[in-house]
Design a protein around this ligand. Sequence first.
Ligand SMILES: [Zn+2]
Length: 258
Amino acid sequence: MLKHKNILGIVTLLIAVFVYCRINFGSSYWWLVLIAIFFLTLTAIGAFHIRWNYFLTSLHKSFNTNKKQIAITFDDGPNPEFTKKTLDLLKQFDAQATFFCIGRNIEKHPEILKEVFRNGHEIGNHSYIHSNEYGFFSTDKIKQDIAKNATLIKEAIGKTPLLFRPPFGVTNPKIARAIISLKLTSIGWSVRSYDTQAKSAKKILEKILPKIKNGDLLLLHDTSNLSIEVLEQLLLFLREKKIKAVTVGELLNIEVYE
Ligand SMILES: [Zn+2]
């Protein structure tokens, strides 16, 4: 897979070749524009596609596909209405999951976070602020934001999470530096439901169910009735296929708390 560092090296080399050709053969500046377009396109795609592992490695599935298990993850809680409904469904189907929670929501509903943890599910860090501008924050600001959420989680459940899911799955060099320097494990996904954007559960299920295979890591949100509808049908599907829903820690066999 393409890596940001390799592309930087290639672009530097291309610029050097351009300078040589410009001096010796009078090559057009359009070559420089093409190099810039190449670099910016890859940077943009890499930033928005966490599975590319372009700026840093984000674990997004298990390569051990012999075990009939997947991990369901829920972003953006805790939510006073839908996290509870999510917990009830998971309990009904004897399923475990991982919740990537936002600090601002934990401040408002610490008791819900405690309940998620008491139910045996894992808690991951999904930033304190979860801002649209996260990609423009400095490395220090990102580190402070992640640490603020980690403190809230520790206060609620007594453990500091090691798993981090970048807001909106967006990564860049500054976010990568912050995650690496805090010694966190970045977690992506292999199947995305788009449950915050889609209009019908049926459409989501038609899209995601045929894709699901052993070792997958699914992205859902515990923030709407639509997601609850999707979750119920997903759990019925998994039961029928005898696929177990486990936590990210279990699926990937990694430590999830300090
Ligand atoms: Zn989110």
